[in-house]
Design a protein around this ligand. Sequence first.
Ligand SMILES: Cc1cc2nc3c(=O)[nH]c(=O)nc-3n(C[C@H](O)[C@H](O)[C@H](O)COP(=O)(O)OP(=O)(O)OC[C@H]3O[C@@H](n4cnc5c(N)ncnc54)[C@H](O)[C@@H]3O)c2cc1C
Ligand SMILES: NC(=O)c1ccc[n+]([C@@H]2O[C@H](COP(=O)([O-])OP(=O)(O)OC[C@H]3O[C@@H](n4cnc5c(N)ncnc54)[C@H](O)[C@@H]3O)[C@@H](O)[C@H]2O)c1
Length: 473
Amino acid sequence: MITRQTDVAVIGTGTAGLSAYRAARQAGKQALLIEDGPYGTTCARVGCMPSKLLIAAAEAAHAAQHGAPFGVHVDGTVRINGREVMARVRSERDRFVGFVLESVEGIPAADKLRGRARFLSDTVLDVDGHTRVEARSVVIATGSRPVVPEAYAGLGERLLVNDDVFEWQDLPRSVAVYGPGVIGLELGQALARLGVTVRLFGRSGSLGGITDPEVAASALAAFQQEFYLDAKATVHSVVRQGDQVEIRYVALDGSECTERFDYVLMATGRRPNVDDIGLEHTSAVLDEHGVPLHDKETLQVQSTATDGTQGLPIFIAGDATAELSLLHEAADEGRIAGRNAANWPNVEAGQRRAGLSIVFSEPQIAKVGPGYRALSKQQDIVTGEVDFSNQGRSRVMLRNKGKLRVYAAPDSGRFLGAEMAGPSAEHIGHLLAWALQQQMTIPQMLEMPFYHPVVEEGLRTALRDVAGKLKMA
Ligand SMILES: Cc1cc2nc3c(=O)[nH]c(=O)nc-3n(C[C@H](O)[C@H](O)[C@H](O)COP(=O)(O)OP(=O)(O)OC[C@H]3O[C@@H](n4cnc5c(N)ncnc54)[C@H](O)[C@@H]3O)c2cc1C
Ligand SMILES: NC(=O)c1ccc[n+]([C@@H]2O[C@H](COP(=O)([O-])OP(=O)(O)OC[C@H]3O[C@@H](n4cnc5c(N)ncnc54)[C@H](O)[C@@H]3O)[C@@H](O)[C@H]2O)c1
């Protein structure tokens, strides 16, 4: 067993870990990156990038098949070559991963250690029994993994998670997707558009992280026009039958159905990788899911010690926090955690941005701020809305589906957030997140320019709606 000393030990070389490492080095400290899996990050290898590549192919297929209402006809069939689709997904994915690998290669060998890290105490780690790492502080940046309910274990290799999809050589004929959350919607709709028979089954009725019931209802209606989606499905049985999976379920029309699928894709949520890292040997306080309690602004883990004058030299960042599983949040949190770990015991609150999340389905989904459910629990809110069915530019493009709802404070007129399912949600979401971070009021937002004819005119309709209600309030 070798013993190594460092100022900051970072567990995990994903987006959060790399960002923490750089911040610690910039603060003038030694740092050691510990990784037991492949380098390349979840985002580039099996997350953001390959999923968007699959969606891009699906959009091309969809556009080729849906020109008729514009008078644009494809004579003959649109042929989707699954091998070519997957070859592009993999090769472009590899290109993105290649950039990450280059940056990891640029890190001095002495700052990298391979193996699985587990805490022996607050600042001592065991790495696969070959190295003992003694650090002044530690950053947990271990990411998350898909949750696979035990009940489905019998499906063997017919049971997939997102990682497996991006290794496919060809598209399968049929897939049952479990979980209409972000991953299930993005991948399920993309596969359906690429000609795969898809059934998307939910359990609780939730959809793509939307918490506003009106936005959720409009999104559900739009998705159901295009592919099979039951957000609150009754599934009687799921059994392996040879090379397929047989599912007995109650269809949306109430009939009993038995259908066979090539695969079941599990997209029922992700769990932070904090359950097997020896946290029981530290003085961290854990919540009921085993995640260390931590300060959201400093990312410092809370201690059980009662004297607690200096706070614990443990920090946490990225998906491991079990909060916002988003790339830009992982990068920000890594930076804050890395800097604070380097400067411990002097820790400072880092700058957090306005909340923004986007689902790259069609219609796209965007949430700005804490969302309707959380806001309406905290305070009185005034809402304004636009339905995109008759919004000018959206109708021109035949993308006139969905709804946007904006929320404001009745006393100050301050913009508090929004939820949307509709066209250009990725862009409107950004405008709204910037307005939120700038603490703008609804009247100030209406003073901004709106071009014609653009989807953003729909946003203006919603803002005018809420402005009128604010005046009455
Ligand atoms: C299919 C999919 C699509 C996504 N799309 C988007 C998107 O479009 N936009 C967006 O913002 N976000 C998206 N996300 C989320 C985003 O990918 C994650 O939030 C982000 O990658 C998290 O980064 P991280 O550094 O926390 O974790 P990771 O990148 O997973 O890094 C964690 C690292 O820690 C290592 N590790 C774990 N335990 C140990 C240990 N004990 N010892 C040593 N090493 C360890 C792991 O091997 C891993 O390399 C998507 C996720 C998925 C799955
Ligand atoms: N575009 C993006 O930014 C993007 C894309 C993909 C993933 N992500 C991140 O990854 C995280 C994880 O994504 P996810 O989709 O796995 O989780 P999720 O929490 O978004 O969705 C899980 C869904 O599965 C449902 N569910 C749970 N158990 C079920 C069961 N037994 N049967 C059927 N349905 C069940 C839940 O009700 C929920 O709708 C997201 O929260 C997001 O932060 C982001």
